[in-house]
Every structure is written in structure tokens, then in C-alpha cells.
Design a protein around this ligand. Structure first.
Ligand SMILES: [Zn+2]
Length: 77
């Protein structure tokens, strides 16, 4: 888990990233277990509001979605 604290003006903020150092497969399995709607995620490196489907983040997101779908199929069979 990564925790970063910072202060801006009078406000103090704490950023917590509990999965930042976890292997992607473990994160996806946990997301599936918690029924997190990962299709709502956005992780493209290109500027814009749609996924470019060409960058590394889009590739990794697609791989995550495939794993999520595989977990879903395994459970239903
Ligand atoms: Zn992209």
C-alpha cells in the first residue's frame, strides 16, 4: 500500500493506493470478488475521453477485462 500525504493551502490530503504495488492478476481477482464494475474504469494515456486501444494502458486494461470475464465464466460453469 502506498500512502502519500500532502498539504495545499489550509487543507491536508491523504492519497491511499492500496493496490498500487499488487500484481495485476491479484487486483482483478479482488475486484471480481467485490463485484467492482471494472468496465467503468478509464486508463488511457492518450488525450481524450475515449480509449485509444493502442497505448500500453489500454492494452493492460483489455487484458484485465479478459481476466475478469474469464473469472466470470469459470464461476458460471
Ligand atoms: Zn489508450
Amino acid at each position: 500500500m502506498i500512502v502519500i500525504t500532502f498539504q495545499q493551502s489550509m487543507a491536508k490530503y491523504e492519497l491511499i493506493a492500496p493496490f498500487a504495488e499488487q500484481p495485476r492478476q491479484k487486483v482483478i481477482k479482488e475486484a471480481y470478488k467485490l463485484q467492482v464494475p471494472i468496465t467503468w474504469t478509464f486508463s488511457c494515456n492518450a488525450i481524450g475521453s475515449n480509449h485509444c486501444l493502442l497505448c500500453r494502458s489500454c492494452y493492460e486494461r483489455e487484458e484485465a477485462l479478459k481476466l475478469y470475464e474469464k473469472l466470470s465464466q469459470e464461476e458460471s460453469s
